[in-house]
Design a protein around this ligand. Structure first.
Ligand code: CP
Ligand code: NVA
Length: 312
């Protein structure tokens, strides 16, 4: 299976959920599940023997940095952490020139930054695969891990309903693009003024063959009969100055016991983390029996290993 999958993915970029089909998402997840089982059995899998990954960070990170770094180590390769402020990028070297130079040293580039356009510019100039490790627009690696966690919890995607409650941000965008691709319904509830970008919603609707894509304002309507309930911080990185205003606006969108009483009894809760406990989610939910957030965080490692083994 690996050889044919690798042929399909080799050399490609992963900048957006737009870059993969539903079948490809399922294949990456299936491979990630096999790698995870392999780790549990103590097997090694050095698919990236001698390969290097440059990781450019313009925003902080715990999970993305550590999971990519450990992923490369498990795969027999090496990852370099590059803080954007310490690169010449911070002093005006262009993104394109940075991409051309890094491509002469490394086998792939992962970048976390603000603008999706910068990631696209980097990928256009790079001659090695580029992976989006979060922009203001999307967080595609996170959503691969989220769907892997749903798969582990439910054993299927078709016919499940995912409710996303909160800010129409990068995580919400990638979920909107991914759920219809794998046959899941998605209902997003955001306060007025914080809805996901209409371009993303339109693309999600186009991707939906049989599944439902809806954006509403009522969190109860979104969560009703949901199999998966997801939220994220109310103020993403770069929006810290709006935190006070956002806390007021988003208060009715907190994922708490009252809200999830409308979900299916066997629902699971996901959050990409870091969580602001007491804001978008209460302790009783994130620490409660429905929470799969630690599996979700762990699965970043496994899906990214699968992705790196296939792209590099
Ligand atoms: N979920 C996620 O991307 O976490 P970090 O910001 O810690 O990388
Ligand atoms: N929406 C959050 C995700 C953090 C992983 C942010 O962009 O800060």
């Amino acid at each position: 299976m690996f050889a044919s999958l690798r042929k399909r993915f080799h050399g490609r970029d992963f900048l957006s959920i737009h870059d993969v089909t539903g079948e490809e998402i399922k294949a990456i997840i299936q491979f990630a599940v096999e790698l995870k089982e392999g780790v549990r059995r103590g097997e090694s899998h050095t698919f990236c023997d001698g390969k290097t990954l440059a990781m450019i960070f313009q925003k902080p990170s715990t999970r993305t940095r550590v999971s990519f770094e450990v992923a490369m180590y498990h795969l027999g390769g090496y990852a370099l952490f590059l803080s954007a402020q310490d690169l010449q990028l911070g002093r005006g070297e262009t993104i394109g020139d940075t991409a051309r130079v890094l491509s002469r040293y490394v086998d792939a580039i992962m970048i976390r930054t603000f603008s999706q356009r910068d990631v696209e510019e980097l990928a256009a100039a790079a001659t090695v695969p580029v992976i989006n490790g979060l922009t203001d627009w999307e967080h595609p690696c996170q959503i691969l891990a989220d769907l892997m966690t749903v798969w582990e919890a439910k054993g299927r995607f078709e016919g499940l309903k995912l409710a996303y409650v909160g800010d129409g941000n990068n995580v919400c965008h990638s979920l909107l693009l991914a759920c219809p691709r794998v046959g899941m319904d998605i209902v997003v509830a955001t306060p007025p003024g914080y809805a996901p970008h209409p371009e993303i919603v339109a693309a999600a609707v186009r991707a939906a063959e049989r599944s439902r894509v809806e954006v509403v304002q009522d969190p109860v309507a979104a969560v009703r009969e949901a199999d998966v309930v997801v939220t994220d911080v109310w103020a993403s990185m770069g929006k810290e100055a709006e935190h006070g205003d956002r806390v007021r606006v988003f208060r009715p969108y907190q994922v708490n016991s009252a809200l999830v009483s409308h979900a299916r009894p066997d629902f699971v809760f996901l959050h990409c983390l870091p969580a602001h406990r007491g804001e978008e989610v209460t302790d009783e939910i994130i620490d409660g029996p429905a929470s799969r957030v630690w599996d979700e965080a762990e699965n970043r490692l496994h899906v990214q290993k699968a992705l790196l083994a296939l792209l590099l």
